[in-house]
Design a protein around this ligand. Structure first.
Ligand code: BES
Ligand code: MN
Ligand code: ZN
Length: 492
């Protein structure tokens, strides 16, 4: 896909289609009047008849019959002017791109002369909405595949260099988000730990990130007993992935960690079928870290960022770890396994402990960790927990702007009580019979965070995948975390 920017007027745009956005309560912009004159006032009649109301994401298609150089004109609804926001514009542009793609109109222009957004943000939101909307998971379809959009021209009258920069950055970030979505959507049989590691390596190679893969033998040598335990019931052995982006003039080290359970059957504590059907998505955190590493390298961010993924498949094979087993974690603490389906927090201990090696100032982990996060927050925003409120605030700001939002849950000391083991130092499920499940998981992770590091844990189990299409995303993996983390790191 190619993006262009143009400061031409809508009446001079030559393209397969031209999208012209309108508010519900638009009193008629100058640009609208100029177009309508060429179209013999047909737009005014359409608006008067309320055939097009301007509701958010609404589209109305007209053939321009050679009255305009563009072959087709789409009116595009922006909703109410006073409700206008970056996100609402993202949704409108997403609807436009999906509509065009569905009609196999692969080249279109978007007129934004009357949209008041900062030039960089304008370019960014448009490219983001288009690239994200263009992605559908059709890798396994053998027919009726929709063709990819080819060229999008953004017409505007703001600072062209800044618009172009926004388009450029967002294309990198959203394509990385789409890579993340593809890794997540791929069935678990085709996304084993070894394959995920190879995919990470490929993405790193393409973007100039250093990548080291540790196989099962090397993982044993590293003493990553937690990862080995979780992976031991599967015929597809674990991998440990280390990715490193060394930007110029970087002073501190930021470590990103992702949960990479390629399939979560629950293990010996096997899940009921209805809970198991989505468990190919259980490596969403790791896929988000891989996508983020690619994006920050391509954006050449001046930071030192390390990505860690301890990936395994949680299966009930004859060598599987069992309830009652005790595992010695990398930091020497013993983990009492009370439930083999609380495997995510177990695998994360190895990455958290390994992070110590880099003396990081900040550690951020992303994990589809608990079903309980959906009880707490529905599918609206992810949960964030951590030991530094200022850092959490920063993430919230990044979340509000990307609309990958996060809401803080408390890690009060009283919750630690719940993770006390009877036999080991910590147990992998807490007391209280499932109450505060997401927090209890967060408290467990806290036991393994490198000393002196600021740390945030994102529970993304409620946001990583969706069971329905939305304005600019599709059913399946959402890529949650990539745009959020890159925004945080761009503003670091
Ligand atoms: N992978 C699941 C969490 C999950 C649930 C992710 C739904 C996405 C959608 C995790 O490994 C898990 O099984 N958690 C258990 C923990 C429990 C056994 C303490 C849960 O949430 O039920
Ligand atoms: Mn589980
Ligand atoms: Zn899991």
């Amino acid at each position: 896909m190619k993006f262009f920017s143009s400061t031409k007027s809508a009446v001079d745009i030559v393209d397969d289609a031209l999208f012209f956005p309108l508010f519900e309560d638009d009193s008629g912009s100058k640009e609208l009047a100029i177009i309508d004159k060429k179209l013999n006032n047909v737009l005014l009649s359409i608006l008067k008849a309320k055939d097009f109301k301007g509701e958010l994401g609404e589209t109305f298609l007209l053939n321009t019959n050679n009255l305009l150089p563009a072959k087709r004109l789409f009116l595009l609804g922006l909703g109410k002017q006073k409700e206008f926001s970056e996100e609402r514009f993202r949704k409108a542009v997403g609807s436009a791109a999906k509509r065009a793609k569905n009609l196999s109109i692969l080249n279109f222009s978007l007129c934004t002369h009357h949209i008041s957004l900062e030039p960089y943000v304008l370019g960014k939101v448009v490219a983001e909405a288009v690239v994200l909307s263009n992605y559908t998971f059709d890798t396994y379809k053998t027919k009726d595949k929709k063709k990819s959009l080819e060229s999008i021209t953004l017409c505007h009258d703001s600072d062209d260099a800044k618009v172009k920069q926004g388009l450029h950055d967002a294309e990198i970030i959203s394509s990385s988000s789409n890579l993340t979505r593809e890794l997540i959507n791929t069935p678990a049989a085709d996304m084993t730990p070894a394959i995920l590691a190879q995919k990470a390596k490929d993405a790193c190679k393409k973007s100039g990130v250093k990548c080291t893969i540790f196989d099962e033998k090397q993982i044993k040598k590293l003493n990553m007993n937690a990862l080995l335990a979780v992976g031991s019931g599967s015929a597809n052995p674990p991998r440990f992935i280390v990715m490193e982006h060394k930007g110029k003039k970087a002073k501190e080290t930021i470590v990103l960690i992702g949960k990479g359970v390629t399939f979560d059957s629950g293990g010996i504590n096997i899940k009921p079928g209805s809970f198991m059907k989505d468990m190919k998505y259980d490596m969403s955190g790791s896929a988000a870290v891989i996508g983020t590493m690619q994006a920050i390298a391509q954006l050449q961010l001046p930071l030192h960022v390390v990505g860690l993924v301890a990936t395994a498949e949680n299966m009930p094979g004859n060598n599987a770890y069992r309830p009652g087993d005790v595992i010695k974690a990398l930091n020497g603490k013993t983990i009492e396994v009370l439930h083999t389906d609380a495997e995510g927090r177990v695998t994360l201990t190895d990455s958290l402990c390994y992070a110590e090696k880099f003396k990081p100032s900040v550690v951020i982990d992303l994990a589809t960790l608990t079903g309980a996060v959906t009880i707490a927050l529905g599918n609206v925003c992810a949960a964030v927990m951590g030991n530094d409120d200022a850092l959490i605030k920063k993430l919230q700001v990044a979340g509000d702007s990307t609309f990958e939002r996060v809401w803080q849950l408390p890690l009060y000391e009283e919750f630690a009580e719940l993770n006390k083991g009877a036999v080991g130092d910590v147990a992998n499920i807490g007391g209280w019979d499932g109450k505060a499940g997401s927090i209890v998981a967060g408290m467990f992770l806290k036991e393994f965070v490198p000393s002196n590091a600021k740390w945030m844990h994102l529970d993304i189990a409620n946001k990583a995948f969706s069971d329905k299409d939305t304005a600019y995303l599709a059913k399946g993996a959402t890529g949650f975390g990539v745009r959020l983390l890159v925004e945080l790191l761009q503003k670091w």
